[in-house]
Design a protein around this ligand. Structure first.
Ligand code: SAH
Ligand code: TMP
Ligand code: ZN
Length: 414
């Protein structure tokens, strides 16, 4: 037995081992490169409730702190998406008298800034002090703690019940599910909803997006496993909707049992998941094998380009870059550096593999021959912005779902 399920205490069956890895967003200053924290990044599925999850976990205080490098407002696509999210809540769930919304993991205020501008009562719960401070500067009300049942009780006492609790790319980070869902139960009004959108196991399996696996992603949800998780905690999954984020996420809506009618979209997704045999051991074992193939192909390609004297850099330093470079053993011998638009990442090193992260002008100032697209979920935005690179003869390298050099015509059409 590889471990114990955090939802139901069933046995975990391990299916992929990505080796020794640091915390994915733990971008280091060059003087911090010694004494880095490592753990074994491996994923298993629960034989009883089907939830896919990390075998080992990193304490949350090591993941989220005042030096948290991920700023959600870092891309135009993210900003537009979360503003649309906020507008939808304002038009649907937040129309009653003096409505109240809580966001778990509000980060730099990418979503709540729009709610704050509309003058609607809100609270962001965000333990990473640096990003919380950015949100506060945008007029967002923030509580600087981890969300759990105690935080929920304190919020209820101070602000009253909540019409909407929202989370994006945060709920799958929270290992203490029991405390989380008891907190939701404490906070929600009788007709309130808990809405969260998270990376999808179906995308990881379908597109072989194995670099979505890292320390922060404790759970790899499906509608099927979320329905079971909700049921075990006295809540009901009433909707699941595909969202074009991070290569294909799902937005789940939980409500009190019987309070909302389950949607046809949820039923369709549950059927689709059963047909795909998504969380079946055979499907997951296959994922483990193909990930090894991607590693072999990527290292082979980079080694060949190096031998041919080509310059190769990386584009984007999302958390994913940590998983890929550490799993594949890619260091500065194969990739000179990566560029990223996030100021807080620049001048730092990618955790574990220690590739330098530079500002985008290191790329545009002297185009390399090839650029590995680590921020592949923003491919269209990036390739469109970097047409001059392709025009100068530069080529993009992608590695999910397979390792390939993007044809010039495809990059130009982006
Ligand atoms: N919602 C944003 C940010 C996601 S990053 C987006 O979708 O882009 C995840 C955020 O969750 C981080 O800012 C982290 O500090 C925060 N977080 C992690 N655990 C949390 C917890 N238990 N309660 C509240 N926030 C948490
Ligand atoms: P994310 O997909 O997890 O949001 O991470 C994307 C990373 O890529 C983030 O660090 C910002 C970076 N990025 C760029 O450097 N240039 C770009 O044009 C875009 C869209 C993102
Ligand atoms: Zn389980």
């Amino acid at each position: 037995m590889a471990g114990t399920c955090r939802i139901c205490t069933g046995d975990l069956l391990e299916f992929v081992d990505l080796g020794r890895q640091p915390t994915a967003n733990g971008f280091l200053r060059p003087d911090e490169a010694d004494g880095e924290f490592f753990f074994r990044l491996a994923v298993g599925s629960c034989g009883r409730c089907g939830m896919v999850q990390l075998i080992e976990e990193v304490p949350q205080e090591l993941r989220y702190h005042a030096g948290y490098r991920y700023h959600a407002s870092g891309s135009e696509g993210h900003r537009a998406h979360f503003e649309a999210n906020a507008r939808r809540f304002l038009a649907t769930e937040l129309t009653g008298e003096d409505p109240f919304i809580v966001e778990i993991g509000s980060n730099d205020g990418v979503m709540l800034a729009t709610i704050a501008e509309a003058g609607v009562r809100h609270l962001g719960v965000e333990p990473s002090a640096n990003v919380a401070q950015v949100a506060a500067g945008r007029g967002v009300r923030v509580r600087g703690t981890f969300f759990d049942e105690q935080a929920a009780a304190e919020i209820l006492a101070a602000d009253g019940p909540t019409d909407v609790v929202f989370g994006a790319n945060t709920i799958c980070h929270i290992a203490h599910v029991g405390s989380l869902l008891r907190g939701i139960d404490t906070l929600l009004t009788p007709t309130g909803v808990f809405v969260f959108e998270e990376p999808y196991l179906g995308t990881i399996v379908g597109d072989l997006a194995f670099d979505q696996i890292y320390d922060e992603h404790v759970f790899y949800f499906t509608a099927t496993s979320v329905a079971e998780m909700a049921r075990r905690h006295g809540l009901e999954l009433v909707d699941a909707e595909k969202v074009a984020m991070h290569g294909g996420s799902i937005r789940y809506t939980l409500a009190r049992p019987g309070a909302r009618r389950a949607t046809a979209g949820l039923a369709a997704l549950l059927t689709e998941e059963a047909e795909r045999r998504l969380a079946q051991p055979a499907t997951l074992a296959e994922l483990g094998r193909t990930v090894e193939r991607i590693r072999r192909d990527l290292v082979e390609l980079l080694t060949r380009l190096k031998a041919e004297g080509r310059r190769v850099v990386g584009y984007g330093a999302p958390a994913k870059v940590t998983t890929v470079t550490n799993y594949c053993g890619i260091g500065t011998d194969l990739i000179e550096f990566v560029v990223d638009s996030t100021p807080g990442k620049q001048g730092h090193l990618v955790p574990g593999s220690h590739l330098p992260v530079l500002a985008p002008d290191a790329f545009s100032g002297r185009y390399p021959d090839y650029a590995v697209l680590f921020a592949w979920n923003h491919a269209a935005e990036i390739m469109a912005n970097e047409q001059a690179f392709t025009a100068a003869g530069g080529r993009w390298i992608r590695y999910v779902p397979d390792v390939h050099v993007v044809a010039a015509a495809e990059a130009e059409a982006a």
